[in-house]
Design a protein around this ligand. Structure first.
Ligand code: ASP
Length: 716
């Protein structure tokens, strides 16, 4: 009885999608959702947000190097994103002499802006629904393999046609797990220059301790600029290029943010799994997350300690450390949030109601009666392989770098063995790949070895079919001795030995490459994954993808009271909400904003995570906030709102009811990370840096007022 009652309560919460839940595709927002947006205060129209023939807000929203979002704020291509999104670029320009991570960087003129080879920034021109075209000739009886084949072929043709028509980049992505297909046309810029970044003591203030945490005091922003050729079109870096003139840039509202103000976040959220079953959620919670955490704890303990001890290591490993620790801490918060808010019960109640309804409807019953059970069976059957895969990712991709570094030499070894390939071609390959200075600049062989030692026990323990490892190491050798020998003997762990090996390289030397212990171990790991784990998993994935497609469609039919937004998939989305605090746990209430006062309260000169730069303290003491102060006189730093965001939304513009910029989204509160699996309006909050803090740091702290002058400020 009690269980039933609890079920009813949780059910009503989980079915009734909160009005701010959802990541909506611009240009395809339905009446119900736009009605919600308007009733929450939005004054701009849907056409202002997305238009094809006229300029619209979407033209100011830029996908930043594929993983983050950024926003255009001037007619000279000035681009704002997060400090953590620009971090690896800032790091790559840093050295002990010019430590931009530590001291910040500000270009005082265009000529001082720093180029970033390999980077891109793309702007969506148009989104088209091509579902009918994609699925037109697909037989209803097609097997999953035939369906895949069909989709590949037809999508390829549609993409080619759109490319010819527009001359731009084109891609198609599935939505609602393959129930809808959308085509994206985008313009990709490749000359992106670093303009400015605050020191990490502002841009990363609070570091790992504060990451994913509210109250937050981080000035998480950096500044870039898009350059284009004389025709204002994308072009690779050239001195001739000029600042890009966008179709639209966002005016900046410096009047400030108040509680309950409407907020719209426009950006590129990466991945959510909002429609997975209870069983899949349980497996993430109880099996997958714990193993990922264990592997990352092992590598982080090595890196963190090394970074604490040495200034150069701090620079070399800064970006790598962030890459590992960001998701590490997120998974801890996600697990906490999902458990605390009883997501398994909520998923269970959705599935129970689904079952109850289909049992009342003969048509549904005949189509869906075994669906959930089948999904559960597949999910549990594939779990051991998925565990395997996750260990592989954590060890091979996120662990010791030497694994990935040796990868490229596989091509050379294959060329040497291929008699049709000439010696000249081999020499050319070596010449082309001879400069490894960029890699070794940030590499420390003893740290890399210690990471391998810290992780290998876990990896070995799980991956029982380890004949590949047993053949590598001698019986007498412990794993630690094996790792020591691997690094001692490998030519791939230092630049000098590598260079001397390739000096006067002879074709037959490929045997030495193949016998190299690091090369060999890396290759065995990769082969084990590609020959065993991956093919096994693919069989399940094909089946579970098709069940997921049916499950998605079925839920929309059987439980129509819920509004369904497509899961995030790295494409452009709009989410809306309002500025609001929350109650994180019983007895506590969090305000919706933080101030510079709080930065000072957290200051701890003995802890590098909480050092406050002298200049910032001086401005604080003088209360020299200029026009960026709040009406109460204080300097606001960050605020929270109830937008449904995810990874990839970092750097997204936070836009007010009138289409002006009020902040840059950079994080979520710890419990909010559960929103990747289930959004809970009561506690899920996105964290943004107040745009006035951004401008204050640029203008008053860094003396880069010329950048603020480029923008259009709205002050009344
Ligand atoms: N901090 C995240 C990111 O790096 C944003 C989020 O997940 O909310 O993209």
């Amino acid at each position: 009885m009690i269980k039933k009652f609890l079920l009813l309560i949780t059910l009503s919460i989980s079915l009734q999608a909160s009005s701010t839940e959802g990541m909506w595709v611009p240009g395809m927002i339905n009446k119900l959702v736009s009605g919600n947006m308007e009733s929450m205060g939005m004054k701009v129209s849907l056409d202002d947000l997305y238009a094809i023939n006229n300029s619209s807000i979407k033209d100011a929203v830029v996908h930043f190097n594929g993983g983050c979002t950024s926003v255009l704020v001037s007619d000279q291509g000035l681009l704002l994103t997060n400090h953590h999104c620009g971090y690896s670029r800032i790091q790559s320009h840093s050295s002990l002499e010019k430590n931009y991570l530590k001291d910040g960087f500000w270009a005082m003129s265009l000529t001082e802006e720093l180029s970033n080879p390999g980077m891109d920034a793309s702007i969506i021109k148009e989104i088209r629904d091509v579902t009918d075209l994609v699925l037109a000739d697909l037989s209803v009886d097609a097997s999953e393999a035939e369906r895949k084949e069909h989709l590949k072929k037809v999508s390829g043709e549609i993409i080619e046609k759109a490319k010819e028509e527009t001359g731009l980049d084109v891609y198609i992505k599935p939505f609602y797990h393959g129930n809808q297909y959308l085509l994206f046309i985008s313009e990709i810029f490749t000359d992106i220059r670093l303009v400015g970044a605050p020191p990490s003591s502002i841009g990363k203030y609070g570091f790992d301790t504060d990451n994913w945490v509210w109250p937050r005091h981080t000035g998480d922003f950096s500044v870039f600029r898009i350059y284009a050729n004389r025709e204002n079109k994308p072009a690779d870096f050239s001195e001739e290029n000029r600042p890009y003139q966008p179709k639209h840039f966002l005016p900046v509202n410096i009047q400030g943010v108040e509680e309950n103000d409407y907020t719209l976040v426009y950006g590129f959220p990466g991945t959510t799994e909002n429609y997975i079953t209870e069983v899949e959620t349980k497996n993430i919670l109880e099996t997958v997350n714990p193993l990922r955490l264990k592997m990352r704890e092992a590598s982080l303990s090595v890196i963190d300690e090394a970074m604490r001890k040495d200034e150069l290591t701090k620079i070399q490993y800064a970006a790598k450390q962030s890459r590992i620790s960001n998701a590490y801490k997120k998974w801890i918060g996600q697990t906490k949030g999902l458990v605390r808010h009883r997501v398994l019960d909520k998923k269970d109640s959705v599935e129970s109601l689904f079952t109850k309804r289909i049992n009342e409807n003969p048509d549904w019953k005949s189509s869906y009666s075994t669906l959930i059970a089948e999904m559960e069976e597949i999910e549990n059957a594939q779990l051991p392989l998925s565990v395997n895969r996750n260990y592989f990712i954590e060890f091979y991709y996120m662990g010791p770098e030497i694994f990935r570094f040796t990868e490229k030499y596989r091509e050379l070894a294959a060329m040497c063995k291929d008699e049709t390939i000439t010696d000249e071609a081999i020499d050319a390959w070596i010449a082309e790949h001879s400069d490894n200075s960029g890699y070794f600049k940030n590499y420390d062989t003893s740290i890399d070895g210690d990471i391998m030692k810290a992780q290998i026990e876990y990896f070995v323990e799980d991956q029982k079919p380890l004949d590949f490892l047993n053949n590598l190491k001698t019986d007498k050798e412990s794993l630690t001795e094996f790792v020591d020998r691997l690094y001692d003997e490998s030519i791939f762990n230092n630049e000098a030995s590598l260079n001397s090996f390739f000096d006067g390289f002879k074709r037959k030397n490929y045997k030495k490459i193949e016998a190299d212990p690091a090369y060999e171990f890396s290759l065995r790991l990769a082969k084990f994954y590609s020959d065993v784990t991956r093919p096994g998993l693919l069989l399940y994935v094909t089946k579970s993808d098709s069940l997921m497609r049916i499950w998605m469609d079925a839920q929309m039919k059987v439980l129509p009271e819920r509004t369904y937004s497509p899961d995030a998939n790295g494409t452009l989305r709009i989410t809306f909400g309002k500025v609001e605090g929350y109650e994180p746990f019983d007895g506590a209430e969090y305000a919706y904003y933080t101030t510079l006062e709080g930065v000072m309260e957290k200051e701890d000169p003995t802890n590098p995570e909480y050092n406050v730069p002298a200049r910032l303290k001086e401005l604080y003491q003088k209360k020299d906030y200029g026009r960026y102060a709040h009406s109460t006189g204080e300097m606001r730093v960050a605020f929270v709102a109830s937008n449904h965001t995810s990874g990839g939304n970092s750097g997204s513009p936070v836009i007010d009811a009138n289409g002006n910029l009020i902040g840059l989204n950079f994080d979520r509160t710890w419990e909010s990370t559960m929103s990747d699996i289930m959004f809970n309006p009561i506690i899920c909050r996105n964290i943004s840096v107040d745009i006035r803090y951004v401008l204050f740091i640029m203008d008053k702290y860094a003396g880069a007022k010329h950048l603020v002058d480029e923008m259009k400020l709205i002050s009344e």
